[in-house]
Design a protein around this ligand. Structure first.
Ligand SMILES: [Zn+2]
Length: 75
């Protein structure tokens, strides 16, 4: 069964309808250094990780989900 991503407008949809937007990070004071780290130095945690997903094949909005990187279970 495909991994389901919950969308606030469309409900749970297959991940194939989404584009991965990377890890969610708190940006206290965005600057060039923090932007570089966010884009090029992902934490890539083992376990629960907050991520951004864009519903490109649906309502075209962003969702933030928690995904376990070991099991792909989305909570
Ligand atoms: Zn949607």
């Amino acid at each position: 069964m495909a991994v389901g991503i919950p969308c606030a407008f469309c409900g749970v949809r297959p991940f194939t309808e989404f584009t991965f937007g990377g890890e969610w990070r708190e940006l206290d004071a965005p600057d060039a250094e923090s932007d570089f780290q966010r884009v090029y130095l992902p934490e890539n945690a083992e376990g629960a990780q907050r991520e951004r997903w864009f519903h490109v094949m649906g309502c075209r909005t962003w969702s933030t989900v928690v995904r376990d990187t070991r099991t792909n279970e989305v909570g």
